[in-house]
Design a protein around this ligand. Structure first.
Ligand code: NAP
Length: 278
């Protein structure tokens, strides 16, 4: 039997493209969305191998019900893709706490709660692969998206820990870190802060306008991203982190250089903070 995928946030963007590609390749898939009707056009073509379910990742009852329905229908879940996520634009000082908390509920706690609902199934079968969609913004931070960055660093951090906790149980974890892709992320899925402080014109506002301005023209192709994600799942040795997009690679390499420079320049001071060796 082919592997069973369970994907969150499939109405548009990465989730929609991945669901379509996975089904095209002959896998079975639970295609979830806040509104089930948003994904029924995808599943209609695959009555035997696809199941459309409603799932708002901030609703614990919907998480429990959708995971139970997936297992009742297909018997198991082999690949979980925590893809659902939103953006929010504002300098740190401009950001509204209620909006930031809402984003954390989706991007971090929603992802964690879906993961913990699926883990018992994977632990029992001693196999599985969890893919958490973070971002290059989970490795490198940019002005205007500091709190979004914080959600994605949280995803990166918990995923790295999870990978170490579940490797011996036969469960793999991969963090997906894309740069700009042509989805709805920088358009309808993200809000701007209602607070505007003119002093941030040259930093946060400039970057917000640039990201918002190129929505629809990003270099990243979500269909190619879907193929890359499937390639990682099919590989013998999937990476802990899969960067997607040339800008992701460029920015990650710059960050590596910056980290190395700081660590090396301050190495003596760093080591000198320990008690002297006895
Ligand atoms: P998208 O087209 O806006 O898709 C976002 C998806 O998340 C939609 O299906 C949306 O559903 C869903 N969603 C939002 N809130 C949800 C909730 N409470 N419960 C369940 N689903 C919810 O953007 P995308 O780029 O494909 O985003 C997918 C992931 O990629 C996100 O985690 C995003 O942070 C990440 N990412 C994107 C980029 C990029 O450049 N596109 C780069 C790095 C990382 P509705 O239709 O119901 O709103």
């Amino acid at each position: 039997m082919s592997k069973v995928w369970f994907i969150t946030g499939c109405s548009t963007g990465f989730g929609r493209n991945l669901a379509k590609e996975v089904l095209l390749k002959g896998y079975r898939a639970v295609v979830t969305s806040r509104k089930k009707e948003d994904v029924e056009d995808i599943t209609a073509n695959y009555p035997e191998t696809a199941l459309a379910l409603q799932l708002d990742v901030t609703k614990p009852d919907q998480i429990a019900a959708s995971v139970a329905a997936a297992v009742a229908h297909f018997g198991t879940i082999d690949v979980l893709v925590n893809n659902a996520g939103i953006g929010y634009f504002g300098a740190i000082e401009e950001s509204e706490e209620a909006e930031v908390r809402k984003m954390f509920e989706i991007n971090v706690f929603g992802l964690a709660n879906v993961t913990t609902a699926v883990l018992p199934i994977m632990r029992k079968q001693r196999s599985g692969h969890i893919l958490n969609v973070a971002s290059i913004g989970g490795l490198v931070s940019f002005p205007a998206v500091g709190f979004y960055n914080a959600t994605k660093y949280a995803v990166d951090g918990l995923s790295e820990s999870l990978a170490k906790e579940v490797a011996h149980l036969g469960i793999k974890v991969t963090i997906i870190a894309p740069s700009g892709f042509r989805t709805d992320w920088a358009g309808r899925s993200a809000k701007n802060s209602a607070i505007v402080i003119d002093d941030y014109a040259a930093s946060a506002h400039q970057n917000k306008n640039s990201i918002r301005g190129y929505s629809g023209n990003q270099p990243g192709d979500p269909e190619r991203a879907a193929k890359a994600i499937i390639k990682a799942v099919e590989s013998e040795n999937p990476p802990l982190r899969l960067l997607l997009g040339a800008a992701a690679l460029k920015n990650a390499r710059l960050k590596l250089d910056q980290l190395k420079n700081d660590f090396d320049t301050w190495a003596d001071t760093t080591v000198g903070a320990d008690f002297p060796a006895e």
